[in-house]
Design a protein around this ligand. Structure first.
Ligand SMILES: *Cc1c(COP(=O)(O)O)cnc(C)c1O
Length: 460
């Protein structure tokens, strides 16, 4: 039995642990790990909490030190296999990026670029030109810019156009989007005064018109995102609002939330307003996310009237909210997929939305067969995927999944093991079984998924 006084000194343990770690490993890091390891060993000896006899030999302690350092050096942010069936999952990083976007980001990131440099003239250029041409061409708007995210886009628009003045919002749209983004709070933060019109369920264009006065800076429409009002409800069409605004010289800001450049109805989904439709209907500024249905990196995109976009650009806050070169590169490549008419093939979010049921069933069958061959109880089941990202609330897509009996460990414990393993896997639990929806699993991740599920269920 090891006793307290048999434990090695910190220095001796460091010496033993350093062998495999190389000379570059900082002494301070080794010391911290060695201290933590010895503390744990002392606690185990004092309280007898360790499984006895625990190996407290020098070699075992040195292994413990190396394991601690390895854990500290493992990135906290790491890839996850999303088998939840929610395509745009904010907690799981929203849109997976296209191959073209990833290549563009790596190429621009590895060296220098013409981020703010006009190569033809050999002088300072503007970082906003890279995306503007693409965004205006795709949306039909006069001008465009990108900021850090859509929350920033809305905030910047409110500060630049409405600070100290009034913004008219329908009572049914003074909502919380999630993650603490509440329209009334954002308005207050921007220094604008919220003027709510209509009722929670019914608001008419005339309600907006009646509220306009000399202090009015903006009409604001907010996509209701993650909830849906049904029944006795009314919101005016965007074109009606635009007409009210134009008649009184008040710009209309449309926060589309997800926003989409492609129509959603061909996929059997409810219509989600497209960016082009908003522009065509007369919205003066339209804001939407880069990483929801657009399928690109995190960003907030703003398209609309040139004079208004220019005021946003000139605002001091624009600098604080601007996007970096890799984001611009990823967005540009993503938008080019739309321009080429190849978005549904090239952008993962749209590939997932458009994946034919037969394809998903065939993939589920292959996974279930591999799991069954390893002795697991697995079968193909019908399930429902969700688009997520605050778009299309309540809308689902019929999908194919694999349901796996978890064995004696139980579904909760297996799901937890899958989450913390490598690669991490997020699955659903349905009726005490693990459910893997193939729609959101990247095809190249299937072998790793199968391997991990077999390991975890076999652990028992
Ligand atoms: C998602 C969403 C936002 C916030 O967009 P981020 O890109 O996450 O900042 C704002 N408004 C609406 C309506 C949304 O759906």
């Amino acid at each position: 039995m090891t006793r307290l006084r048999d434990l090695p000194s910190v220095d001796r343990l460091i010496l033993a642990a350093r062998a495999d770690l190389g000379d570059a490993m900082p002494q301070a890091l080794l010391r911290e790990a060695a201290r933590a390891e010895l503390d744990a060993a002392r606690r185990a000896l004092r309280h007898g909490e360790a499984p006895v006899p625990q190996d407290l030999s020098l070699e075992a302690l040195a292994r413990g030190v190396r394991a601690r350092i390895e854990q500290w050096l493992t990135p906290s942010l790491r890839p996850v296999i999303n088998a939840s069936g929610v395509i745009i999952q904010t907690n799981l990083g929203r849109a997976p990026l296209s191959a073209a976007a990833l290549t563009a980001m790596a190429e621009v990131g590895r060296g220098y670029s013409n981020l703010e440099y006009d190569l033809e003239r050999g002088e300072r250029g503007s970082r906003t030109v890279h995306l503007e041409r693409l965004l205006t061409r795709l949306s039909g708007a006069e001008a465009a810019m990108a900021v850090n995210n859509n929350a920033a886009a809305v905030y910047l628009a409110l500060i630049a156009l409405a600070a100290g003045r009034e913004v008219i919002v329908s009572r049914g749209q003074a909502v919380e989007i999630g993650g603490g983004f509440r329209i009334p709070d954002v308005l207050r933060q921007s220094g604008a005064v919220l003027v709510e019109v209509g009722t929670t369920n019914r608001t008419y264009a005339r309600d907006y018109a009646a509220a306009i006065n000399e202090r009015t800076a903006l009409l604001l429409r907010v996509h209701s995102s993650n909830f849906r009002l049904i029944g006795f409800v009314h919101e005016p069409a965007l074109a009606e609002l635009a007409e009210v605004g134009q008649a009184r010289g008040v710009p209309l800001l449309d926060d589309l939330g997800s926003g989409t450049l492609l129509p959603t109805t061909p996929y059997g989904l409810a219509p989600e307003p497209t960016v082009q439709e908003s522009v065509a209907a007369g919205a003066d500024l339209v804001t939407f996310s880069g990483d929801k249905l657009l399928g690109g990196p995190q960003a907030g995109l703003i398209v609309g009237r040139r004079d208004l976009v220019e005021r946003l650009r000139q605002h001091p806050l624009a600098r604080a909210l601007r996007v970096d070169k890799t984001t611009i590169a990823g967005l540009e490549a993503t938008l080019q997929s739309y321009l080429r008419g190849r978005a549904t093939e090239e952008i993962p979010v749209w590939r997932m939305i458009g994946a034919p049921l037969e394809t998903l069933q065939a993939r589920a069958m292959a996974v279930a067969t591999a799991l069954s061959a390893a002795g697991l109880q697995a079968e193909v089941v019908v399930c429902q995927s969700a688009v997520g990202g605050g778009s299309l609330p309540g809308e689902t897509l019929p999908s194919a999944g694999v349901a796996v009996a978890p064995g004696p460990a139980g579904a909760e414990r297996c799901a937890a093991r899958l989450r913390v393993g490598a690669p991490a896997i997020v699955a659903r639990i349905v009726a005490e079984r693990l459910l893997f929806d193939l729609r959101t699993v990247l095809a190249e991740d299937e072998p790793a998924l199968v391997r991990r599920v077999i390991e975890v269920v076999a652990e028992g």
